[in-house]
Design a protein around this ligand. Sequence first.
Ligand code: SF4
Ligand code: NI
Ligand code: NI
Length: 711
Amino acid sequence: MSLTDLIYAGSNAVAGLTEGAVKEAIEKYGEGHPVLYPDTAYCLPIIYAATGVKIKTLGDLPAAVGILKSLITNKEDLGEALNAGLATAVGAEIIEALRYLDGDPYAQDSGIGFVPDPIIRSLGVPLVTGDIPGIAVLLGEASDPKELAAIVKDYQEKGLLTFMVGNIIEQAAGAGVKMGLDYRVIPLGHEVTSVIHVVSVAIRAALIFGGIEPGKLPEFLAYTKERVPAFVNTFGPIDEVVVSVGAGAIALGFPVIADVEVPEVPGALLTQADHAKTVETSLETRGIKIKVTKIDVPVSVSSAFEGERVRKDTMFAEFGGNKTAAWELVTTGDLATIEDHKITVVGPDIDDAMFDGVDVVRLPLGVLVEVAGKEMQSDFETVLERRIHYFMNYIEGAMHVGQRNTAWIRLTKEAFEKGFRLKHIGEVLYAKMRADFDTVVDKCQVTIYTKKEDVDKIYEERVKPIYAQRDDRMSALTDESVDEFYTCLLCQSFAPSHVCIVTPERLGLCGAVSWLDAKATKQLDPTGPNQPVVKGQAVDERLGIWTSVNEAVATNSQGAVEKVTLYSILEDPMTSCGCFECICGIMPEANGVIIVNREFPDASPVGMTFGELASMTGGGVQTPGFMGHGRQLIGSKKFMSAEGGLERIVWMPKELKDDVAERLNKAVKEMTGIENFADMVCDETIAIDSEAVLAFLEEKGHPALAMDPIM
Ligand code: SF4
Ligand code: NI
Ligand code: NI
């Protein structure tokens, strides 16, 4: 059979299956029965993107099946055949959605099935920063599980996000691959149709970040091809259904690399029978370049291990976390006296004889990173210091929480057994500081202290005064006190018309870019994503309008957005790309706003979940009344100050409220004199229902109730 014949055979088979399944479902449940995926604002996302139609009930499906069948022309033409591959995608989306009719079909499966919107949003930042350099989709059953595992681990070490479908899931797990979102290896499911859940991720990226209008299929295909760096590896013999799935992938711009003979299509479909070369061939074909920093340590170091947790039962050693003192500091030293790559451990290491027979090794810890460089500025110290958290987490078998003197580190038994010792923490920090900050760090030395008297003494004498100095500097840093704001264009690789304006009191909506970060990035990468905007005279101080800001936004959004205010959510609010940590929206009856963070799964008092609220904005569009923002902004005196500011907040999920309470209380007290404002803010443990929320606000005498009408 020719390639096109194979594709059509697969597509027709899937079309038949889909039609049958839809009929059966309607007979069983009736046309009015709802059909939906969990936790998404986009219904059946692929159909929605391709046609603009939101499928809500089973009765909507026959029309979709009609469209699907019209995509299969059976013409002897590769372009037409690739469309048939898209038909297979639509069919798989319907079949999988029907599987959700009887509850979560993945409850008993090692795969996770449908990927909810909030997870996709959380991937935005690592994808734009290149922290996740690509997406690998693996499918089938491998002839040799060891070779398969080597491939997956290689992707993992390179930071890629890997999705798996089929028996390879058990094969890889059996061969010791660590799996889960925390390890960037995500098992989707065993049925071949579950591959659709990764296609759904790519399509929703276009909806969420790209702001592409549903119904414009060619624009979606262009988006996934240009902006979603995915590819497919198939393992073992492939049948016609897999071929037609592959055709769908190719239509999206994702090359398919098979390990068996296939009719090759240059750049799109090829054979690589040698598993030792699968990774290289795949990355090359998709044009993914990876920057590797060789670090001499006995475990893997990769951004893929960032989310890894170390639990009690696998823990070998622990530092900080209220059990012992622990701190970390990056400070600037003298170029003449800092000795590059000098790594010193002062005090006992984790293999010290004193720990023989001990359950868990616990030591105080002081991590002192001294850097020097001609271009180094003391303002960058905090930027580098915050990276310690990430660098330590990159270590396979290490977990890092907190910062400064709240640092908390755990190491696994596995890492210890592989030979990991404290000096290796120094090696990792050294290598990453040099690699990531090469234009400002010419020399770097790391000293690790583990004797209690050293850790305490150095903290009091050297570390604490520096923290205090920085805090003073930070609180003096206001929008008024600086001459320049910065643009951030990092998210443009996904959201082409989105521009963030980062100011001292308003960090980027992703929560990852502060004004100081932007300033340091400008120094590190002069033509990079952060460029200064010289403020000049404000047009309107209350709303936060500057001509210079409007010009920067208009130019950098290619005219898509002409003006933004920095302090209002009603008048020309700043746009969002989609990767915001929180979203706030107006709750008119409470005369205030609610805020929902990405992690909160339930509906808010305005009747919408985070995902639904988030879908109201994003993709670089302005939606008055809704605004994506970082957690940190809830504590900034500039938070929608044009509409009354922080006092307008009436509801937040409890976890978020607890997280921001201290800063929020401080800011509100300074502005209004109100004590413990966070206690007046309602949360889900008190009420979600609008009336009950209002009753609570009245009981507490919440200030928003007495303010001018918000709209
Ligand atoms: Fe994206 Fe804005 Fe964060 Fe920059 S500051 S990474 S543009 S969300
Ligand atoms: Ni880790
Ligand atoms: Ni973003």
